[in-house]
Design a protein around this ligand. Sequence first.
Ligand SMILES: Nc1ncnc2c1ncn2[C@@H]1O[C@H](COP(=O)(O)OP(=O)(O)OP(=O)(O)O)[C@@H](O)[C@H]1O
Length: 128
Amino acid sequence: MFFLYGFGGTGKTSIWRTLATSLRANNQIVIIVASSGITSLLLPGGRTAHSKFKILVPIFEDSTCNIHQGSELAELLNQTSLIIWDEAPMAHKFCFEVLVQSLRDIIKTKPSSNQIFGVKVMVFGGDF
Ligand SMILES: Nc1ncnc2c1ncn2[C@@H]1O[C@H](COP(=O)(O)OP(=O)(O)OP(=O)(O)O)[C@@H](O)[C@H]1O
């Protein structure tokens, strides 16, 4: 899990583009989401986190992502190499907690104890 911190206009979006282009050129799957719709429009293949991970609205402590085992999205997540979440500080902490829980259920390769998002590499960006 990585964090990319930077004030507005310091080049975070450019880094997402570079990272995604480089990995996708090597046939790796990169999911890019943002906490807001406006930000997601600036990202290559960007979606809002709520839309991509099917995070319910409103969200509660015991909510879960609406992703089912064996679904196309679950398979995609299994094959994904990198998940980028831009403007992460704008999302409620429950959004991250439900994603952690859902990835634990969905990812087939079981993580070691220090890998909280399954075995997925996550990068959170924003102005923390
Ligand atoms: N290494 C760089 N050298 C020169 N210009 C750059 C560089 N990286 C980004 N820029 C330019 O700086 C501007 C802002 O970059 P970018 O949108 O990536 O910032 P950001 O941190 O994502 O901003 P925000 O947090 O507001 O979304 C863009 O016009 C971009 O082209």
